[in-house]
Design a protein around this ligand. Structure first.
Ligand code: UD1
Length: 339
């Protein structure tokens, strides 16, 4: 099949593009490089032994999208990753987030409709669950009580897709709610390349161990968990990429919109992650407890049984593998994609 991947040069998009090429699909990537680099796609091409077609442009640019669908005949489906994702920044620039994440999705869906391409895999987040009422989290957990503009953009697009699929049975959408994607391709050639100081835990620890940051600040020490630190469900980005392939296959079999959690079903505390880093790298992670981060949920991990049942997917890589791949990427690419 020929698949359009929006945001295909980004962290998750680049790993998914590689998985698609490896599975024999043709890939067209649309990316504006606002938070990514063409170097990731160059490396994807090297790893796959063939290239994705690259179109530089904005997902909210209807003219560019129309041109793309005109030029690239027979696109069968779209994987839609292109979005802003920094929670803190979204509270400072809400309009930019609504414009890019919601407005960009509307433009994409309208142009897809015009070209009669009605199969979509959407990159959503467990952030739509807000502070969970129960863990593990199932897909029928209440959604929408979200604390950030970023989270609300994901929730709004989810609802839009649901309404669209209800309005026209020819539309199919796999709405994938990621827990915490981490790690990197095992080759050490692809990985997460945050601009500036990372906000997320694993890239932050990588940069501490690389000597770029002095120490880790562990946000909170008295949460009601086994060691007082928050619990998250970390999953390997290559497992996540595989889930996208499975979701794509499912679109033709299962009409309408479906919502699926993607996680391991296992939670780890911040200190457990720190310890795993120390075991994997043999280095001590300098750290200090700091204030809680506003908006952090205490614990969130997936019930991934629907993903198994519906997609035949479950994770195969454990926390140690996630960390050793993340560390290999960091050590071998100290400047990320700036070669
Ligand atoms: C965060 C976002 C989430 C978003 C996801 C995208 C918040 C509140 N949540 O998820 O909406 O979908 O990123 O990747 O921002 N931690 C530290 N020190 C650090 C960094 C993190 O102690 O320097 C802790 C956090 O308090 C948390 C855990 O590590 O308990 C994981 O943090 P992070 O990687 O930012 O992921 P989330 O908070 O789950």
């Amino acid at each position: 099949m020929k698949i359009l991947v929006t945001g295909g040069a980004g962290y998750i998009g680049s790993h998914a593009t590689l998985a698609l090429l490896d599975a024999g699909h043709e890939v067209v990537v649309l990316d504006n490089f606002s938070n990514s680099s063409p170097e990731s796609l160059k490396r994807v091409g090297e790893l796959a032994g063939r290239e994705a077609v690259l179109v530089e442009g904005d997902v909210g640019d209807r003219e560019a999208l129309t041109q793309l669908f005109d030029d690239q005949e027979q696109i069968s489906a779209v994987m839609h990753f292109a979005a802003f994702k920094a929670v803190g920044e979204s509270t400072e620039k809400p309009l930019a987030y609504y414009n890019n994440n919601v407005g960009g999705s509307i433009a994409l869906l309208e142009v897809m409709e015009e070209f009669e391409v009605r199969d979509l895999v959407f990159s959503s987040s467990c952030t739509v669950y807000g502070e969970p009422e129960t863990v593990p989290i199932k897909e029928d957990h209440r959604v929408g009580a979200v604390s950030s503009p970023y989270g609300r953009t994901k929730f709004l697009v989810e609802m839009m897709l649901k309404d669209l699929c209800l309005s026209d049975p020819r539309w199919n959408a796999a709405i994938l709610r990621y827990f915490n994607p981490v790690g990197a391709h095992a080759s050490g050639r692809l990985g997460e390349n945050p601009l500036g100081t990372p906000e997320n835990l694993i890239p932050f620890i990588c940069q501490v161990l690389a000597g770029k940051l002095e120490k880790l600040f562990v946000f909170g020490d008295d949460y009601p968990t086994s060691d007082g630190t928050c619990i998250r469900d970390y999953l390997h980005v290559m497992d996540l990429a595989d889930a996208h392939l499975k979701a794509l296959e499912k679109l033709s079999e299962r009409p309408g919109a479906f919502f699926v959690n993607l996680g391991t079903g296992r939670g780890s505390t911040v200190l457990e992650v720190v310890k795993a880093f120390e075991v994997v790298t043999g280095k001590k992670v300098p750290r200090e407890f700091a204030n809680k981060r506003p908006g952090d949920v205490v614990e969130a991990w997936a019930d991934p049984s629907l993903a198994k049942e519906l997609l035949g997917w479950s994770t195969t890589r454990d926390l140690k593998e996630m960390i050793s791949d993340a560390w290999r990427w960091q050590s071998e690419n100290p400047r990320g994609y700036d070669t």
